[in-house]
Design a protein around this ligand. Structure first.
Ligand code: GLU
Ligand code: MG
Length: 437
């Protein structure tokens, strides 16, 4: 008997987990209409598998409808891969989007951006991760030697990315212990987040194929460096032309891009619980870790919440197409759909309100008093998950961006995650997230 080829239909949920159900590949076309059955309470499965209090209990039935454009088929014995999965939307049985479907939440945000500005978002997620269970020699940060130690993995990863429809950009040995970074090319709208979900799964699959384990946890060890997810963004007009660059604007930004960034920074405290949603996210978001600790704009500054990326006169790509800005206060404990939805809503709110782009900071903000920061419109970001959740729930703006009932479900989910960690030491909490992501 030969094994039967199965497809796994998935959602990326509040826990940032890719969960779903399998079915025979021969049923693929039928499943595009029928979908697969999905229980509402699944959304309360935390990253630790404990189920947080759920308003749905054991009741209700949803349908997960696969989007064929997202299917990833990697049946590659040479790479040790036998993947076949497809991402999709969770709908009610009458076909309407379910209010806790993260992909539908992002679609709403992108539609809003297009309505208020006539523009679309182009984005690329840059991911950092670490191999676990290894003690490589020190002295390998950014080195060829460190890359060589994982060249085989990197080459298999890039082949798998290409086969999955992602455009490989760069792969490097990062600073941390056995830490690597991979970047893929940008995509428009939903596809950018679909690709981030896919990338995380492919990294895990390629590592597992050679018996290695990797983690995307925001922070393995408080004494070490974090694993960030940096989200690069630019705006694109309806005809596909770049709409971020204007040499007469502040920091070369077009009016729309300046207001978009104004929104990102104005509301960051209210939506941070969605882009950095774990307990250890907040240990990573502290000064001097090259992450982000303040609501500041930086020009080529790696400690800014939003960084305007450099333009190179030597590139074969013209300036307007190169130009992008990067959100650095995110990590892989979040669903890419919710991360991007929060950023797009913040940006769209900035455009609607005609917010201006704040001045860029150039100094070490951790040396300034909170009064000195406040006089320049700057503030430390929420310093714990609880504080960030509180801002999200009480905030007057970000709470309006999501469907009725979503915030309550999100808060209950995160309270369940916090309850699981109660009484654990910092080291145990780090270990729990390392295993979960
Ligand atoms: N590892 C850093 C972070 O947690 C980022 C380092 C870099 O600039 O690439 O975001
Ligand atoms: Mg990096």
């Amino acid at each position: 008997m030969t094994p039967e080829h199965l497809v796994y239909a998935c959602t990326s949920d509040i826990a940032g987990k890719t969960r779903g159900k399998g079915f025979p590949a021969t049923d693929f076309d039928k499943r595009l209409k029928r979908g697969i059955g999905w229980a509402p309470t699944n959304v309360q499965l935390t990253c630790f598998d404990a189920i947080a209090p759920s308003p749905f209990g054991a009741l209700g039935d949803m349908v997960l409808i696969p989007d064929p454009a997202t299917r990833v088929t990697l049946r590659e014995p040479e790479l040790g891969l036998a993947e076949d999965f497809v991402l999709g939307d969770i709908r009610q049985t009458d076909g309407t989007p379910w209010y806790c479907c993260t992909r539908s939440i992002l679609r709403d945000a992108l539609d809003r951006l297009e309505r208020v500005s006539g523009l679309r978002l182009m984005a690329a997620f840059e991911h950092e991760f670490q191999f676990t269970g290894t003690q490589p020699p020190i002295g390998r940060a950014y080195t060829l030697a460190g890359f060589r130690a994982r060249r085989d993995f990197c080459e298999r990863l890039v082949a798998a990315m290409r086969a999955a429809g992602l455009e490989p950009d760069t792969v490097m040995k990062e600073y941390g212990v056995d830490q690597y970074e991979v970047t893929n090319g940008p995509a428009i709208g939903l596809a950018a987040a679909d690709q981030a979900v896919t990338l995380r799964e492919i990294v895990q699959a390629v590592a597992a194929a050679s018996g290695d384990e990797v983690t995307f946890t925001p922070l393995r060890d408080p004494a070490g460096v974090g694993n960030g997810v940096h989200i690069h963004m630019s705006l694109v007009a309806a005809d596909g032309s770049p709409a971020t660059y204007d040499p007469s604007g502040p920091h070369n930004l077009s009016a729309a891009a300046a207001s978009f960034i104004g929104g990102l920074l104005r509301y960051i405290d209210q939506y941070l619980a969605l882009t950095a949603p774990s307990v250890v996210s907040y240990t990573r978001l502290t000064p001097h870790r090259w992450s982000a600790a303040y609501n500041n704009l930086g020009v080529q500054d790696r400690e800014a919440a939003v960084r305007i990326c450099p333009l190179s006169a030597m590139s074969d790509i013209d300036r307007a197409r190169q130009f992008n800005f990067e959100f650095r206060a995110g990590d892989a404990s979040a669903s890419p759909y919710l991360q991007l939805a929060a950023l797009v809503h913040a940006g769209a709110t900035g455009i609607e309100a005609g917010l201006s782009c704040p001045d860029a900071t150039e100094e070490d903000l951790s040396l300034l008093s909170s009064e000195a920061l406040a006089s320049r419109g700057l503030a430390r970001l929420p310093q714990t998950l609880e504080a960030a959740l509180e801002r999200f729930a009480r905030g007057d703006v970000a709470a309006q961006w999501f469907p009725a009932g979503f915030i309550e479900v999100y808060q209950a989910h995160k309270q369940g995650e916090l309850a699981f960690l109660e009484g654990k030491t910092e080291a145990e909490i780090c270990a729990a997230y390392e295993a979960a992501y």
